[in-house]
Design a protein around this ligand. Structure first.
Ligand SMILES: O=C(O)CCC(=O)C(=O)O
Ligand SMILES: [Fe+2]
Length: 665
C-alpha cells in the first residue's frame, strides 16, 4: 500500500510530470518537433525528481532504508500471479474443516491453473462432499467491480437497464482505478532475483541518458503488462483486450434504453475513440443524434476515457520509439492501437515477426525413417503417435509390440512372482509413490531365478528377455539409428489399487518426474546429477493390460503442472521418449484393478549396460540345456526324472547367493 500510495502521490507532483512532448506528442512528421537535447534533459529532470520523491516518501512511511527493505522479487510476484498462495490456503481451510472456504480457495487457484492435476482431483473431491454448495466455488480474487459487471449483465438480460446502469458505471470506474494503480505500482523494472547488476553505461552523458531512458521504458513495459493483466479474468472467456470498449457498449445501450440520450452519445463517442470505424457504434450514434433532434455542441466522448486513451497512446508511442531506437521489446496488449502510431520501420518488422511466428508453429520435418520403416515392416508394429502429435520432442507411441497371448504370459509371470513373494514372506509392498496402491516389481534376473527354481514358468522369464530386446531394437531404430543403445534396466511393474482406500484419493500413482534428472518445477530446470539415474538416455514403457481404472501416463510442461499429452495403456503399446527434462511425466492414480507394464531404460554408455540381463540370459540358457540333457537321459535310460528337490538345490548352488533385489524405480 505504501508503494501504491507513494507512487500515486509522486506521479501527481508537478515536477515529476513527463515532458509534454512525450505524452501527447504530435505525429512524427506533422511539424518541427523539439530538439532531441531538450526533451532528453526534461526526461532526466522528471525521472530524477520522481526517484527522489519515491525514496523520501518510502523512507517517511517505512523508516530508514524505505522500500528497499520491502522489495518483492519476481519469484514471489510470479507465485502470486499464478495464485499459488490459494493452494496453501485451501489445505489450511481443509484442515480447519472450513469446507466452504476451502472450496472457494481451491476454485480460486484452479481458475488460474486449469490444468493443475492435483487441484483437479481436489476439486472433484470437494464436489462430492456434503457441506460444499455450488456457490462455494467462487473466485476470491474477483475484484468488486467485476462482480458489479456480472450483476449488471444479469440485470440487462432481465431488461432492467435502469438498475444495471449504476453497476455498469461502478464496473467501469473500478477498471479505470485498477489501471491507475498499475501506474503507481510500476516504478521500475521488476526485481530479478540474482540478476546481474546493470551495465555501467553512466560514464558518458549519452550513457546516462540512455540508462534513464531504458529505466523509464521498463516502467512503461511494467505498466502495459499490468494493464493487460488487469483486463484478464482467469477462467472467463471475456474478450480481454476489448475490456473497456465492451463496458462502454453496454453503457450506451443501457442509457439509450432508459432514454438518457446525451449520456448514450457520450458513451458511444467513447467507443469510437477506440474504434473510429466501428459500424454498429456509428449507426447507434446517428440514431441517437436523430432522436435528440437539434445538435448539442457540448457533447463529446467521456473525459475519463479520453484521458485514459491519451495517456495510453503516449506511453505506447514511447515504447515503440524505444523499440526502434534502443532495441527494447514491447508486446502491445491492445487491438485498438492505431497503425499510424507504429513507426514505419517497425510495422514491417512486426509483420515479419508475425509471419515468422506462424512459420515456427509449423510442424518440424520428420527425421528420415527409412531404417525405421524396415523395422516397422519387420515387426508389424505401427507408429500411433509421433512427437508432434504428443506435443513434445522425442516422444512416440507404438502399437502392436505384443500379441494378446504374450501379454497374458507376462501378466501370469508377474502374478506368479508376486504370489511366490507373498509365500516366502516377501509381501507386495505399498507403492513408494502413494499409500493407496500396492507396487510389485520384478527384474529380469529375479524372473530367471524364479524360473530356475520352478516357481514361475520359464516361458514368461524367457519372453521377458526377448521382449526387452525387441523394445531396445525399436527404440534405437526410432531415436538413435546412428548410435547403439543398451538396456540399462528392465523392470516388470504392477500397480494395484488398494480396495476401500480410493474415495478420498487426491494423489497420483506416480508423481511428475523426469527419468534422468531432478526436475525443479518452479524453474522448469532439470538437474542431471545424482540421485537421478543420469546415464538413462531413452525410456520405454510397454503396457500389458487395460482392465483397470485410471493409470494413464501423461506428459507435462517442465512446470510439472500443464499436461501436454496423455496415453492410455493397453496390451502391446509402447511409449518411448528421451529421458531428460524435455519429457516430464507421471501416472494418474490407479483407482481400481491392477496395471502392469514393462519399464525399460536405455543408455548410450556401454559401462551402464544391464549386467543382470546377461546373467539372466545365461541362467535361462543353462536351464534349457539341463532340460534338454534330462530329456535325453530320460529317453535313453527310460528312468523317471530326478525329483524336483534336487533341481532346486542346484539352482541355489548356481545362483550362489540370495537373489539381489534392485531398488531402481
Ligand atoms: O508406468 C508408467 O507409465 C510410467 C512409470 C514411470 O514413469 C517410471 O517408472 O519412471
Ligand atoms: Fe518415469
Amino acid at each position: 500500500w505504501v508503494r501504491l500510495d507513494c507512487g500515486a502521490s509522486c506521479a501527481a507532483e508537478p515536477g515529476a510530470a513527463l515532458p509534454a512532448v512525450l505524452l501527447g506528442a504530435p505525429e512524427p512528421d506533422s511539424g518541427p518537433g523539439p530538439t532531441q537535447g531538450s526533451w532528453e534533459r526534461q526526461l532526466l529532470r522528471a525521472a530524477l525528481r520522481r526517484a527522489d520523491c519515491l525514496t523520501q516518501c518510502a523512507a517517511r512511511r517505512l523508516g530508514p532504508g524505505g522500500a528497499a527493505r520491502l522489495r518483492v522479487g519476481s519469484t514471489i510476484r510470479d507465485a502470486f500471479r499464478r495464485r499459488e498462495p490459494y493452494n496453501y490456503l485451501q489445505r489450511a481451510y481443509y484442515q480447519l474443516k472450513k469446507l466452504d472456504l476451502a472450496a472457494a480457495a481451491a476454485h480460486t487457484f484452479f481458475v488460474a491453473n486449469p490444468t493443475h492435476l492435483q487441484m483437479r482431483e481436489d476439486m472433484a473431491k470437494y464436489r462430492r462432499m456434503s457441506g460444499v454448495q455450488p456457490q462455494s466455488f467462487r473466485d476470491l480474487e474477483t475484484p468488486p467491480h467485476w462482480a458489479a459487471y456480472d450483476t449488471s449483465l444479469e440485470l440487462l438480460e432481465r431488461q432492467e437497464a435502469g438498475l444495471a446502469l449504476p453497476r455498469l458505471e461502478e464496473a467501469l470506474q473500478g477498471s479505470l482505478a485498477q489501471m491507475e494503480s498499475c501506474r503507481a505500482d510500476c516504478q521500475g523494472p521488476e526485481e530479478q532475483e540474482g540478476a546481474e547488476e546493470e551495465e555501467d553505461g553512466a560514464g558518458s552523458q549519452g550513457g546516462l541518458y540512455e540508462a534513464i531512458a531504458r529505466h523509464w521504458i521498463q516502467v512503461l513495459q511494467c505498466r502495459q503488462r499490468c494493464v493487460g493483466e488487469t483486463a484478464t479474468r482467469p477462467g472467463r472467456s471475456f474478450p480481454v483486450p476489448d475490456f473497456l470498449p465492451s463496458q462502454l457498449r453496454r453503457l450506451y445501450e443501457a442509457h439509450a434504453q432508459v432514454g438518457n440520450l446525451s449520456q448514450a452519445i457520450e458513451n458511444v463517442l467513447s467507443v469510437l475513440l477506440f474504434y473510429p470505424d466501428d459500424e454498429p457504434a456509428k449507426r447507434a450514434l446517428n440514431q441517437f443524434q436523430a432522436q435528440l433532434g437539434e445538435p448539442r455542441p457540448g457533447l463529446g466522448p467521456r473525459e475519463d476515457i479520453q484521458h485514459f486513451i491519451l495517456r495510453s497512446l503516449g506511453e505506447k508511442r514511447q515504447l515503440y520509439y524505444a523499440m526502434e531506437h534502443l532495441g527494447t521489446s514491447f508486446k502491445d496488449p491492445d487491438p485498438w492501437t492505431p497503425a499510424a502510431l507504429i513507426p514505419e520501420a517497425l510495422r514491417e518488422q512486426l509483420r515479419e515477426d508475425q509471419e515468422k511466428r506462424s512459420w515456427d508453429h509449423e510442424p518440424p520435418k520428420p527425421k528420415p525413417l527409412t531404417y525405421w520403416k524396415d523395422v516397422l515392416l519387420l515387426e508389424g508394429v505401427t507408429l500411433t503417435q509421433d512427437s508432434r502429435q504428443l506435443n513434445g520432442s522425442e516422444r512416440a507411441v507404438l502399437d502392436g509390440l505384443l500379441t494378446p497371448a504374450e501379454c497374458g504370459v507376462l501378466l501370469q509371470l508377474a502374478k506368479d512372482a508376486a504370489g511366490a513373494g507373498a509365500r516366502s514372506g516377501y509381501r507386495g509392498r505399498r507403492s513408494p509413490h502413494t499409500p493407496h496402491e500396492r507396487f510389485e516389481g520384478l527384474t529380469v534376473l529375479k524372473a530367471a531365478q524364479l524360473a530356475r527354481a520352478g516357481t514361475v514358468g520359464s516361458q514368461g522369464a524367457k519372453l521377458l528377455l526377448e521382449v526387452s530386446e525387441r523394445v531396445r531394437t525399436l527404440t534405437q531404430a526410432y531415436f538413435s539409428p546412428e548410435r547403439p543403445l543398451h538396456l540399462s534396466f528392465t523392470h516388470l511393474v504392477c500397480r494395484s489399487a488398494i480396495e476401500g482406500e480410493q474415495e478420498q484419493r487426491m494423489d497420483l500413482s506416480h508423481p511428475v518426474h523426469a527419468d534422468n534428472c531432478v526436475l525443479d518445477p518452479d524453474t522448469g530446470e532439470c538437474w542431471r546429477e545424482p540421485p537421478a539415474y543420469t546415464y538413462r538416455d531413452y525410456s520405454g514403457l510397454l503396457y500389458l493390460n487395460d482392465d483397470f481404472q485410471g493409470g494413464d501416463l501423461f506428459f507435462t510442461e517442465p512446470n510439472a503442472l500443464t499436461v501436454t499429452a496423455r496415453v492410455r495403456p493397453r496390451c502391446g503399446r509402447l511409449v518411448a521418449f528421451s529421458s531428460g527434462g524435455e519429457n516430464p511425466h507421471g501416472v494418474w492414480a490407479v483407482t481400481r484393478g491392477r496395471r502392469c507394464a514393462l519399464a525399460l531404460w536405455h543408455t548410450w554408455a556401454p559401462e551402464h549396460r544391464e549386467q543382470e540381463w546377461i546373467e539372466a540370459k545365461e541362467l535361462l540358457q543353462e536351464s534349457e540345456e539341463e532340460e534338454e540333457e534330462e530329456e535325453e537321459e530320460m529317453l535313453s535310460k527310460h528312468t523317471s526324472p530326478e525329483p524336483p528337490s534336487r533341481r532346486h538345490q542346484r539352482v541355489q548352488d548356481k545362483a550362489g547367493k540370495a537373489p539381489r533385489v534392485r531398488e531402481e524405480l
